[in-house]
Design a protein around this ligand. Structure first.
Ligand SMILES: Cc1ncc(COP(=O)(O)O)c(C=O)c1O
Length: 1010
């Protein structure tokens, strides 16, 4: 930069210039810019322009170049939105004036393109990035037939000229210099082929302040790219590299973020494989230019913040980018463009197709030559419960049993199998949408006794012989390189004995069939059951001692190309991957053949194949933190419950017409935690059945069918239950309250008919009015049925004193009081074991459902002796499944777990913490109008400033949380309440995860716009 005095142009001066040269007036706003002084002018006719005043040293030719370029794009009329160039009063595109220091300054006026800056978009989803790639590609394509002498200039921001940065290495401390030198080294090493890449005139500055995005808050797309001041004739791939370099800033996973941009660009420009070979380094070099410029600018112009905006994020990316293996990035770019990720994949397959390898070669001393496929996938029922398969003795026993059932076969399998058991930190990393875990097994496992001899499959040279860290410890790893005429490939042998490693020195030549080692024992095998992990590789990325045998599902296409199916060599039908229906097939079948009113959660439904404490796991091994499932009360697949069911069903399951310990024990366990008055139990199979029975009891005791219930209450799916469920009869497809059902308004002190803490008496009066109404019809009150916290109503806490007063009124009128504890019972509310105890009342009937069997269908009706006696009028109450020994075993295990693991106290502790933190969040984000509930039964209500409900925001939040691996649901009268009712083993750490992502999503554009 030349040494001269920069006279800053202020807004009032800019206004004069606009008036003088263009005859326009309006409000004026300075905009950031690296070289020009830019001003946005909005006229009173609502036309908007950008006035650009050059710096003193600007060359007019160069400004002409920009104007002509814009005119070219405009004239091409190819759908691109570009700023229009406006002529001055003298019919010229460029005006001039002299500033106070006597320097000549050039002025241009262009139209303003409305929209949002890319930098302001949150979240930056793949569709947006794809559209960014497409826009850059379209500009490059449209500029194909434009030329100008200024396009061929020396320019520091041109990646092709980026080696000027070498002269400024001294500006950086050692660690940063090392990174810059690394990328400069890569750039220089490939300079020759880079020089031969196709060139063209490109925009060259699609940074996130130059990219204009449309106003769609859910699926935004790039509308235009502005500021052509950096346009240059250079390698076409550089334009993509520039767009990527900025768009991958502030992302956890920069490579994954770049891929949609590459895809979009390729869709327009048709990138060539040789161009992709330079993309990784080109992106890095643009970042190197950026950080070098920032370091220089810090010295030159300390107060121009714009010049340093991307310094920190650029460094963050450079550190992360260096961690990415250049070849891996290349394969990912190739995959994004539809090429085989590994360039040799097709050739390897053709070669393998013509070979016939036998398992004889690998295990020549083993007689069994056939395979028995062993399924260790996430959904494998053979694998069974985590606690079982994590126990090596049980796992070994099961393997031996299977082997003895198939003595002539080798147990093997696992290529591309999604597995759940890699559950250590080594296997996970933070992604841009929650945590990502490596789950995809990249080789085949052969399960054989330790010491089984292993032989080389093909002639080669040992390139790796180490003890490698595996899942639970260390195991011997050998990699052999096989050189063919046109390419090479590698075979990897994992879990070998230590001796095998000692005997195979690097560089040792081996012949096909030569013994290379033997399977390690338990400890040599990473503290696991002996097996050989056999993997093919087309590239081992120089990761000679740490090649991953398990990959991320998001990278499966790349990894299966780099690690081809070993069965291409063996061609065993038994090793073909397990056929599982994908989600689309399951959805289509379900739509046609399962009840038409069954719903599916989430816009993009999940296929869930395994449960594990507070997590549900999909078919690819992705873990979802479950805050919805109060059925899995003591945790998904709680081992105590699983074992109880498994053991009992192996012995007996029958109806309750025989004496049996389990049913008595369950009754005893429940009586222990119920008030004395409630002393008779009936076991049924669902909450609906429990309420159905309660309704029959009311009729038997009072002779009345008049029910008093809450607005938006839900009590079950049977005829009689629907008739008392306002949630259903007042909801979609319903036809209003039946004649004998009397509905009081939802006692919601936040947004209900009466508001505020003191509104309890008003709601009591509403119930009293209903009682009067029943009497006026000369009828008797049957019962009041209400949940202690109204769940479908949106976790509505009953106002203090309400239940006590209405119980009194109902009883005075001769009616019974029923507490529906199907959602809230069994310790969930924390302070007390049952919800009604929060209100100091004792009901006549209590119905218990969901949590009691931890997912096994088990429910109960508890009543007083008086109710039980009246109900037993001679007609037998028979229930085929209710109270069977298996269900009761489940129920006992649940109640014992709640007791021995102190889950009620745990719910209180974690629930109170979470509620408090949610309250804090509501102070930062006013969209959270109300946080309520008890223990681990909480509700978060989303409203605008006028307390209008925001159901679309709740829906957005729920779906975005799912994208981040957290399952939530929305409910309530207006579907604007996020319900939180996780398994009771939900920890404070789990609560923090929920809070972390809630806060992240609450900042997204859609959530802040209401
Ligand atoms: C409060 C309440 N009562 C009863 C039921 C019915 O229970 P089930 O679905 O087990 O029949 C439900 C179900 O969601 C419920 O929430």
């Amino acid at each position: 930069m030349k040494d001269f005095t920069i006279i800053k142009i202020k807004s009032n001066r800019a206004a004069d210039i606009a008036r003088q040269f263009y005859g326009i007036e309006g409000s004026i706003e300075p905009l950031p810019g690296e070289l020009d002084f830019n001003f946005k002018i909005t006229t009173d006719k609502n036309r908007t322009f950008i006035l650009k005043v050059s710096r003193p040293d600007e060359k007019p030719d160069y400004l002409n170049f920009q104007q002509e370029l814009l005119l070219h794009l405009e004239q091409k009329n190819c759908g691109l939105i570009v700023p229009k160039v406006i002529k001055n009063k003298e019919d010229k595109y460029i005006s001039t004036f002299k500033d106070k220091a006597g320097n000549k300054r050039y002025v241009r006026l262009i139209t303003y393109i409305p929209g949002r800056l890319y930098s302001d978009i949150n979240p930056k989803c793949d569709l947006l990035k794809y559209s960014l790639g497409e826009q850059c590609g379209s500009i490059a394509l449209t500029l194909k037939d434009f030329d100008h002498p200024c396009a061929y200039r020396t320019f520091e921001w041109d990646i092709a000229q980026s080696l000027w940065t070498e002269k400024h290495l001294s500006l950086f401390p050692d660690d940063k210099r090392e990174i810059i030198e690394y990328f400069q080294g890569l750039f220089k090493a490939n300079n020759k082929s880079y020089g031969n890449l196709r060139k063209g005139l490109v925009h060259n500055d699609a940074n996130d302040y130059n990219v204009i995005v449309d106003d769609n808050l859910i699926s935004p797309k790039v509308r235009a790219i502005i500021d052509y001041g950096d346009a240059i004739y250079t390698q076409i791939i550089n334009d993509l590299a520039v767009a990527c370099a900025y768009a991958i800033m502030n992302q956890n996973n920069p490579l994954a973020s770049a891929l949609p941009i590459v895809k979009g660009f390729h869709n327009v420009v048709n990138l060539m494989p040789e161009e992709l070979e330079h993309l990784y380094t080109a992106i890095a070099m643009r970042l190197v230019i950026s950080v070098t410029k920032s370091a220089m600018n810090k010295i030159l112009e300390q107060d121009n913040e714009y010049l340093q905006v991307s310094e920190k994020p650029a460094w963050d990316v450079l550190y992360k980018w260096k961690e990415i293996l250049p070849h891996f990035a290349l394969y990912s770019f190739r995959a994004a463009c539809g090429f085989t990720p590994h360039p040799n994949e097709d050739e390897f397959k053709q070669w393998a197709n013509c070979q016939s390898f036998s398992l004889n070669t690998l295990f020549s001393e083993v007689q069994n030559k056939e395979i028995y496929p062993l399924d260790l996938s996430v959904s494998s029922t053979w694998l069974g419960h985590q606690q079982d398969y994590n126990n090596p003795k049980i796992f070994q026993f099961k393997l031996e049993q299977l082997q003895s059932e198939h003595p002539d076969k080798i147990l093997a399998g696992g290529y591309l199998e999604p597995r759940y058991f890699y559950d250590t930190h080594n296997f996970s990393k933070p992604g841009d949408s929650g945590c990502e875990r490596r789950t995809i097994h990249l080789g085949i496992d052969f399960w054989m006794p330790h010491n089984t001899a292993v032989h080389a499959l093909y002639d080669g040279e040992v390139i790796t012989a180490v003890n490698q860290k595996c899942v639970k410890g260390y195991g011997g790893l050998l990699i052999i390189k096989h050189t063919l005429q046109k390419f090479c490939f590698y075979t990897l042998y994992g879990h070998l004995s230590k001796k095998s490693i000692d005997e195979n020195k690097l560089g040792k030549k081996v012949k096909a069939g030569e013994k290379i080692g033997s399977l390690g024992n338990f400890s040599e095998n990473g503290n696991w059951i002996p097996h050989l992990h056999f993997q093919l590789l087309l590239d081992c990325f120089n990761l000679k001692d740490d090649f991953p045998g398990v990959g991320y599902h998001s990278q499966i296409n790349v990894m299966k190309s780099v690690c081809p199916d070993p069965n291409l060599l063996f061609k065993s039908t038994a090793l073909l991957p397990k056929q599982e229906n994908d989600k689309a097939v399951l959805k289509t079948f379900r739509k046609k053949h399962l009840g038409k009113s069954l719903s599916l959660q989430y816009k993009e439904p999940l296929k869930i194949v395994r449960g594990d404490r507070v997590y549900l796991i999909d078919e690819n091994g992705r873990k979802y933190l479950d805050t919805v499932n109060n059925v899995a009360h003591v945790g998904h697949e709680n081992y105590r419950v699983v074992k109880a069911i498994r053991e009992q069903i192996s012995v007996l399951n029958t109806n309750s017409r025989y004496l049996h310990e389990n049913i008595n024990k369950l009754a005893g366990n429940l009586l222990e935690i119920l008030p004395e008055e409630l002393s008779v139990l009936h076991f049924v199979n669902s909450g609906s059945e429990a309420n159905e029975l309660a309704i029959r009891m009311v009729k038997a005791v009072t002779g009345s069918r008049e029910f008093i219930v809450s607005e938006v209450g839900y009590h079950g799916n049977s005829n009689a239950c629907i008739d008392i469920s306002s949630y259903k009869f007042d909801g979609k497809g319903g036809s209003g309250a039946p004649e004998h059902t009397h509905v009081f308004p939802l006692p919601d002190v936040f947004r209900g008919k009466y508001r505020g803490r003191k509104s309890e008496s008003m709601y009591v009066k509403e119930v009293e009015k209903l009682i009067d109404g029943i009497h006026k019809k000369n009828r008797k009150v049957g019962a009041l049925m209400v949940e202690p916290i109204i769940s479908c109503g949106g976790q509505i806490e009953l106002p203090q004193g309400f239940l006590l007063a209405v119980y009194k009124a109902v009883r005075k009128a001769g009616g019974l009081c029923i507490s529906d504890e199907v959602q809230v019972g069994c310790g969930r509310v924390g302070e007390t074991f049952w919800g009604f105890q929060l209100h100091g009342v004792v009901p006549d009937i209590v119905t218990i459902g969901k949590p009691l069997g931890n997912g096994h269908p088990l429910a109960a009706v508890v009543c007083t002796q008086r109710v039980a006696e009246k109900f037993a009028n001679g007609m037998e109450y028979f229930n085929t499944f209710g109270g069977n020994p298996v269900s009761c075993a489940a129920g006992n295990a649940v109640l014992e777990t709640v007791k021995y693991e102190n889950l009620q106290a745990h719910a209180l502790k974690v629930g109170t913490y979470l509620k408090h933190q949610l309250d804090n969040l509501s102070k930062k984000f006013p969209i959270i109008g109300h946080v309520r509930g008890h223990g681990l039964f909480l509700g978060v209500e989303l409203v605008d400033a006028q307390l209008n409900p925001l159901p679309e925001h709740a829906d957005y939040l729920v779906n975005r949380m799912k994208d981040h691996g957290v399952l939530m649901s929305a409910d309530g009268l207006d579907n604007n309440v996020i319900k939180i009712k996780p398994p009771m083993v939900f920890s404070q750490k789990n609560a923090d995860t929920v809070l972390l992502y809630l806060e992240k999503i609450l900042r997204e554009n859609f959530m802040t716009n209401y």
